[in-house]
Design a protein. Sequence first.
Lengths: 265, 388, 339
Amino acid sequence: MAAIIKIDAVTMQFGGLRALSDVNIEINEGEIFGLIGPNGAGKTTLFNCVTGVYEPTGGSVSFMGSSITGKRPDQIVDIGICRTFQQIRLFPNMTAMENVLVGADARHKTSVPGALFRSRRFKQEEVDGEAKALELLDYCGIKRFANDLGKNLSYGDQRRLEIARALGTAPKLLLLDEPAAGMNPAEKNSLRDLVRKIRDGGITVLLIEHDMKVVMGLSDRVAVLDHGELIAYGQPEDVQKDPRVVEAYLGAGAGGNAGAKTEGA
Amino acid sequence: MSTRENNSSNFIVAGWEKLGFVRYLIAAAFMWSIPILMDKDIFPVLNGSKGINILFITGYWILLSLGLSVVVGLAGLLDLGYIAFFMLGAYTTALMTASGGPDQFHIVTWPTWAALPFAILVAMSAGLLIGAPTLRLRGDYLAIVTLGFHEIVRQSALNLAIVNQSRGIAGIPNPSIHMLGINLDFGLENELYWWYLLIPAILAAVIMIKRLDNSRVGRYWTAIREDEVAAAAMGVPVVKMKLWAFVIGASTSGVAGWIYAVNISYIAPNSFPLLQSILVLCAVVIGGLGSIAGAVLGAVLITTLPEVVRELSNGKEILGFDPETGRIAIFGLALIIVMIYRPGGLLAAKRRRTELSEAGAADAVVTSDTTVVDEVIDERPAGEDEVH
Amino acid sequence: MPLGALGFIVPPAESRVHVSDLNLWGRRLDCNFGLVGPTFVTGIILGSIYALIALGYTMVYGVLKLINFAHDAVFAVGAVGVFYIFGEWFGITEPMSGPGLLFVLLASLLVGGIVSALGAALLERAAYRPLRKRGAARLSFLISAIGASFFVTYMMQQGFLLGPGKRGFPGFMATQPAFRLFDSTVTNTKFLTVIAALLCFVVLDRFVNQTKTGRSIRALSEDIVASQLMGVNIDRVILTTFLIGGFFGGVAGTLYSLQFGFVVWNMGFIQGLKAFTAAVLGGIGNIRGAMIGGIMLGLIENMSTICIGAEWKNVIAFSVLVLVLILRPTGLLGERIGG
């Protein structure tokens, strides 16, 4: 499997605070890659560096062979990477359908002239967009909410909607930031199925998740961050047993080991 | 403004939408008949020549209001200097036609109609010019910059001999049509023609806005309003879209500037005070953000209400209140009341109302995650979950 | 003052230098460098007023991260208050001297400050607080502020208040030349303005850095959530911020009217905009920045008349505004409210 994205010695410094230090990760095409670590470890910061929200103070990120360091978030989407947010950021007063349409619009080209003069491309894209949006809503299991406002969906369905919207951009790499947060076990199971379905459909997935069961069950490989540093990297079973990982989690009060019962597991 | 908003069981609205293009013909017919209705005293105190004049003023105010509605209502950008575009459109018209004295500076002296596309172009270019460096600024800053821009344009006109400084430019020719057997001279004698000229302009603006709203462009604007960070993360080219809003919004003011200039035939810097920018904003906000009906209503309120009051009071002061300037105080008060009790205005699109009354994550005023640097400089504001 | 020693810095009044290679759009700039002295003095004086008004913008911004659009009305209201109270009601309009003058002077500044402070508090209560309680979007605050500003300003234009023209400010302080500095005559009122502004800044700076309330204000400006957790009463601190900013705005208004001799319904507007420019120039949210920004704007605006005609002053000021916001929005000193 080829590496689809290379995070190369990425460092992120905010004034006196070093959020990321020399992080090196390679994710292969078609895998589900888990990113874990205690609170404050820098996982979301890494996401932000990859998606253009931050420009890394050191190191580089390359996607499919070309550098994407320092590009703007909307350019990143164009290149084929999309993300969801840890705290859901839907468009609350737009319907589910409209939310996904915005995602799908990333692959459309109609701009002001096309919309004004009702060009053929505009009409085609509107039709395609609606079809695609419905299809994605269905894919994520929320088709029946198509005409409901984003803010009126249940929490779990909102998370699915965020994923559906991101899928609308036809990404090659999908970044999920704690998609299972706040879900009950049943919802987590169906989320796991959804993520597998997405990967099986050809999209590489990088996911941040706190819930060990979810992450270990899903991921082909895992990386562990602690205080901005990469402390372990590899197969889930090996990483779990790594003493540094155990210490990082036990030290922070969050559980990590397969058998241990600690809070936050 | 979305037509697919709620599954509205509002039969009337649904039925109206189904009419399609016929709607515009009906609207045109209605607008055509307004002067006739006015003549029959259907509207209070607005009859005769005076009434037609008010109608004309309301007409180009509707154009201004619609344009600003795109900027403020659709894209959510607070523009406090919108009239600068109006002014530039008017001055372009004056400088391109046979206006003023023999030593008056002219770019060219072309027939009046020829100046129209250029007025539009200049207004739109100004939108691009002022927008490009400033649209990455956060809302309040953008508002102040646009205010500053208006004053810079106006004060420059006051001081530049090229445009005759404070004396302004007079003698802008009225347009006329002499072809295909039609002989129309727009002027003082045929006042109604001015209104008839406005009808297609207004309808064109309405069609333009509707088409944009129900397209990828409109969705992107809404997304930007709702959550700019999330929009960018979904591939929306935020700055580019904001620029488009500015440019499209400026286009109607270019038309309005042309019509104003060729009607009144005399323009001067003091015809375009900052106050007017604020009043157009009042019209858009009070009438209803994000809705065409709201923009129209706002324009009508701002222009006709004071006239009606003045007629009714016979031009005298009411309780020491000068209707001319007092109305502005009242509009100011109305802005506050509307923002508190009915954000989004009288006829706001439902979506817009809830947007304004519930601040989004990055938009709330009393919050801990706002820093000047991130939001003012960066096109990419810090995500709320920065260091995790 | 040993002006002779300064003679080598300040060219004599009659030196008119044609700088023929200074070209602005192909026109030769006619710079009169003899004006350096007088324009410098004027710049400092007017700049002091900008600085005082700027305080109102900068403090509210520091705490609410919001531009207090209606501050221009607050500034005007103080001067108008003194106009009514001292002029219309108590009829103190004849020039005074000695300790009587001092007393009336201080009283007028105090009254102006208090009236404006009250106005600012009322503004906060009526136009901002309801929106805060409703969690309204930022745009709503801005629009509401604009509404408030226009309401107050245009009410003042009505016949039963100031009316459309300039009204003479109570003349208890007759303008008299005090001393000469850099080839210009500094009058007593002008001198007073600068001294008062300086004093106000020193007082405020100490207040913000050394008192408990001042610390609360600074805390709020850095992190509202944390401040709340530390037990800071947000509503009270915000109100205090408005009161303080308003007070200094009122002092500025009174000084302005003392110097120029009039009040007028729209006196707040241009001053407000320029003061805002000053606040941004120095670093919005930063009190010392407000002072520095004010002085700098005063100097830029006035000293530009050395080469460019005075009618362009406003354009210069607004251009500074636009340029600062585009090129360096954090201003010269950045946005920390304390020193």
